[in-house]
Design a protein around this ligand. Structure first.
Ligand code: GH3
Ligand code: MG
Ligand code: MG
Ligand code: MG
Length: 316
């Protein structure tokens, strides 16, 4: 390969391998009433390393999509019994946007206006039968890569660059939705404000870079000490807000005490021979009738009390 195509050839092969590896994470649903066509597309997609599910009509597709909530791409025929491709597209778009599930319509050459109708109904793209393997692969990959890119951009918009924790923007967006759920379920949750103690001194003594690493270390402790449903957000420089979901006061206090102790007990490595000790203060409240902003202010007041009482403690 090196002799034939030079470095670019190798680059192309590497890119292809990376692409195929990523494809393994994607589920593709084929919806077509023709068994022969289903099999053909299934083989092509499996050769591209995708996970593939096949069904014979729209209603079956909706049933499968209820079970497999993580389908990336739907390839749908137009003419099918029970529910056709247009109806299926319409139904999918009621709950999932173009940014969540990509729809690729497969139609024959005769129905030109069907293709436009597919796009109007919310399909991302269409392919006309008959098509070459090459075109099929290109359109499928275009659709998948568009989804991946949106995922990357969304992640950047929601997370803090230094720590990878959620940012303020995402925090309030997520809490808006969560509070609506909570009003219906009556679920309890705890809000904790966390601030690193004497961080100015750490900055002055060890410099900004080392201090930043401590922020990252503490973020990691916050992340690993909470469940994936909880929200851990970086609010400001060395200030965090943690929401422990579906929890009572007793368990929330237990988790927060353990987080505080874990930080206090940890030795942050400075170099081979030296390490730094750091502590955090935590103020927390349970959810109440008050607004989210008021609850956060309340937690902030508790944090202020924790600082005044000598730091390295939880006031709940
Ligand atoms: P206290 O125990 O009262 O919280 O004392 P403190 O020194 O931590 O005071 P405070 O929380 O008010 O000040 C935070 C300081 O942390 C200010 C600034 O020097 C530093 N800081 C804030 N954000 C960052 C950051 O992103 N990186 C670094 N390295 N330092 C930061
Ligand atoms: Mg058909
Ligand atoms: Mg602070
Ligand atoms: Mg501080």
């Amino acid at each position: 390969y090196v002799n034939k195509g030079g470095v670019n050839e190798i680059n192309y092969i590497i890119q292809t391998i990376i692409r195929l590896q990523k494809n393994q994470n994607h589920k593709v649903l084929i919806v077509d009433d023709s068994l022969v066509f289903r099999k053909t597309m299934q083989t092509m997609l499996k050769n591209l390393f995708f996970q593939v599910i096949t069904v014979a009509h729209g209603e079956e597709a909706l049933g499968i999509m209820n079970v497999h909530q993580d389908i990336s791409l739907v390839l749908t025929d137009y003419n099918m019994p029970v529910m056709d491709g247009l109806e299926l597209t319409y139904e999918i778009r009621k709950t999932s946007s173009k940014n969540e599930i990509s729809i690729l319509a497969i139609s024959s050459n005769q129905d030109e206006e069907i293709n436009a109708m597919f796009l109007k109904q919310g399909a991302n793209d269409y392919i006309k039968k008959p098509f070459s393997k090459e075109e099929f692969s290109c359109r499928v990959h275009n659709a998948i890569e568009a989804l991946e890119n949106i995922q990357i951009v969304t992640n950047h918009a929601n997370r803090d660059y230094l720590t990878g924790l959620y940012n303020r923007r995402y925090f309030f967006q997520n809490m808006n939705d969560y509070q609506i759920d909570v009003q219906n379920s009556g679920e309890q949750f705890a809000i904790a404000m966390i601030d690193i103690d004497h961080f100015k001194k750490i900055n002055d003594t060890y410099g900004h870079d080392v201090a930043d690493k401590i922020i990252v270390f503490i973020s990691e402790i916050l992340r690993t000490s909470t469940s994936h449903r909880d929200i851990v957000a970086r609010f400001g420089g060395e200030e965090f807000c943690v929401v422990l979901k579906n929890i009572n006061r007793y368990s929330a206090l237990d988790i927060l005490e353990r987080i505080k102790d874990e930080v206090a007990n940890y030795s942050f490595p400075l170099d081979a021979d030296n390490f730094i000790k750091s502590t955090i203060s935590i103020g927390a409240v349970m959810n109440s009738e008050e607004s989210l902003e008021d609850s956060i202010s309340q937690a902030d007041l508790m944090l202020y009390n924790a600082k005044n009482k000598g730091r390295n403690q939880v006031v709940f």
